[in-house]
Design a protein around this ligand. Structure first.
Ligand code: ZN
Length: 290
């Protein structure tokens, strides 16, 4: 029975798991993210591998733009300082003696949902992650649509939603990430003069007109964004994950009302099944199917 290690690298922690072909997490380890990141990662992967020597390969999911062919980081912002330009695949294969694959974390999450989660068995799936940023992953006929000359394929957060709108971390104006991430939602609440958290906002919207308007604006933007994705991909399902999706029960009906106005065709929209485990499971899937 094949077992692999899946690693999920985030801004504050690195999660590692031994995962089998059925997607079961057999063992798990969590360490703080420290810099310089590569030697820190290699040290902890080696320690974990010592305890679990029977794994055949290692999959790495990380924040940032990744070149999966080269196994290197094309660009990672302030969340992972010094990570841009780092070679990961070659040195880690050398150090561990195992096959290594590297991918963007949102792509890994999409892979996990399509293989074991909300979209199990579907061939064409778009997964968006509303967290600190707005990430995306596209499964096309069962495979990840990723890479590109700049590692930027499926960077769905950087589709421009508002021309000349708010400045994005990528340097341009009006990217969807500036309107549809958890961070953006916090900003929208602040700009409206309210002092509540996003989950509180959704609760408040049941009784308060201003909160209701904010939620309506947010879901309307999200619906327009999803309709554009459908126009390109005509996917079998759209999955919404990330922190904002945890309170989806409070806004999904409103989103579906807004979607009815702008979708070209019917589209199942589901909330992600794996929250914290998606990145690690998806990273394992990079090498499990090999
Ligand atoms: Zn951008």
């Amino acid at each position: 029975m094949s077992k692999v290690i899946g690693v999920d690298i985030g801004g504050t922690k690195i999660r590692m798991g031994v995962i089998d072909a059925e997607g079961r997490i057999l063992a798990e380890r969590q360490v703080k993210t420290e810099f310089p990141l590569y030697p820190h990662l290699e040290r902890h992967v080696l320690l974990f591998l010592e305890e679990h020597p029977d794994v055949s390969a290692i999959g790495i999911g990380t924040h940032g733009f990744v070149d999966p062919q080269a196994g290197s980081i094309v660009f990672a912002g302030d969340m992972l300082p010094g990570w841009t330009g780092t070679e990961v695949k070659a040195p880690l294969e050398q150090a561990t003696g195992r096959y290594v694959e590297v991918e963007n974390d949102a792509n890994c999450a999409a892979l996990a949902e399509a293989k074991f989660g909300a979209a199990t068995g579907l061939g064409r799936v778009v997964c968006i992650t509303l967290g600190t940023g707005l990430g995306g992953g596209i499964i096309w006929d069962g495979k990840l649509l990723s890479g590109g000359p700049h590692g930027g394929a499926a960077e769905l957060g950087h589709m421009i939603l508002y021309p000349n709108g708010s400045r994005c971390a990528c340097g341009r104006l009006g990217c969807a990430e500036q309107y549809l991430s958890g961070t953006a939602l916090v900003r929208r609440i602040k700009e409206a003069g309210l002092s509540v958290t996003p989950p509180e906002l959704f609760e408040l919207a049941e009784t308060d007109a201003q909160a209701q308007k904010l939620v309506a604006d947010f879901t309307e933007d999200l619906a327009i964004y999803i309709s554009s994705l459908q126009a390109i991909f005509d996917m079998d399902m759209l999955i919404i994950g990330g922190g904002v999706s945890e309170s989806a029960s409070a806004w999904i009906d409103e989103l579906k009302r807004q979607l009815a106005k702008v979708l070209l065709n019917p589209l199942p929209v589901e909330v992600a099944q794996f929250e914290n485990d998606a990145g690690m499971l998806g990273a394992a899937l990079l090498v499990l199917d090999r």
